[in-house]
Design a protein around this ligand. Structure first.
Ligand code: FES
Length: 56
């Protein structure tokens, strides 16, 4: 599922980043570009980040 349409970032890509060691929105923004254009996806991306981190 696409979370960020502007940058074509999927929930899977966010989970893969967490597996690779990312633990903040700042890192996701740097690595994937998620939330760097219109910003509408930031809340959802942050929820996915939190849920992926809590499963570690
Ligand atoms: Fe992510 Fe626009 S949908 S920046």
């Amino acid at each position: 599922m696409y979370v960020c349409l502007c940058k074509a970032v999927t929930d899977k890509a966010i989970r893969q980043q967490v597996e690779a060691g990312a633990c903040s929105m700042r890192e996701l923004k740097q690595n994937l570009g998620v939330g760097t254009q219109c910003g509408k996806c930031v809340c959802q991306a942050s929820d996915i980040l939190d849920s992926a981190l809590s499963k570690q």
